[in-house]
Design a protein around this ligand. Structure first.
Ligand SMILES: [Fe+2]
Length: 222
């Protein structure tokens, strides 16, 4: 794992080699669903800002950013009529949407790097209390990066416009996140998200930042 300054420091060359691959995956996904890609880019920026507040080192932040940029890549296997449905999903449709975590893992596991990018994407819908999916992981069984991404993902998904509703206000969404803090969501990550949102301190990691923009995701970030 990625211990800061620890035994398994990340080789900067590994990250350099990964960036074009991540960008390629993102570019391909954009042709299928630009909203999803824009959501991932905004979530990545917010996740990094949260990570900065939590004291993650620069290399670990970059792994978080790269993971976040492709965390929903598995949605390329979800039918467009489900992703763009202008209303609530049926149980069956929601079950199909949920497959995007495992499909994303199946795609990203081919990245040739000793980094948990596939695993972070796999875990981004897991919840501290075990109520998440796909594996029902709980507590520290969920990577910190995935716990951070869960908060950023939910914040961006809820504040974004959807086919079936307008974007919710940041104040309202922060209240929703606060209500889940310590139960479903990492309390420190929620607090950091609140700080970043209220202060506007979207601090970039100092590394390449891929462009942000508009909407995607349902149910607090599918
Ligand atoms: Fe997702």
């Amino acid at each position: 794992m990625l211990s800061e300054g620890g035994a398994q420091r990340i080789d900067a060359r590994t990250l350099d080699a990964l960036r074009p691959t991540i960008a390629t995956l993102s570019a391909a996904h954009r042709y299928r669903d630009s909203f999803a890609v824009e959501h991932q880019e905004r979530a990545a920026e917010l996740a990094v800002a949260i990570g900065v507040q939590l004291g993650l080192g620069s290399q670990r932040l970059e792994v978080l950013r790269l993971s976040a940029i492709v965390h929903d890549i598995g949605k390329i296997a979800v039918p467009a009529e489900i992703l763009g449905k202008p209303g609530p999903l049926s149980d069956v449709e929601y079950a199909v949407v949920k497959t995007h975590c495992a499909i994303g893992y199946d795609i990203l596991r081919h990245l040739h790097a000793p980094l948990p990018i596939a695993e972070i994407a796999y875990q981004h819908h897991e919840r501290l209390d075990g109520s998440g999916y796909p594996r029902g992981l709980s507590g520290e069984g969920i990577l910190l990066e995935a716990r951070i991404l869960a908060v950023a993902d939910m914040f961006d998904a809820m504040t974004s416009h959807r086919a079936y509703r307008s974007g919710l206000s940041a104040d309202f969404v922060l209240g929703e996140l606060h209500a889940k803090a310590g139960r479903e969501l990492d309390a420190d990550a929620v607090e950091a998200c609140r700080y970043v949102s209220l202060t506007g301190s979207l601090v970039r990691s100092g590394m390449q930042v891929v462009r942000p923009a508009s909407a995607a995701d349902a149910n607090g970030g599918t």
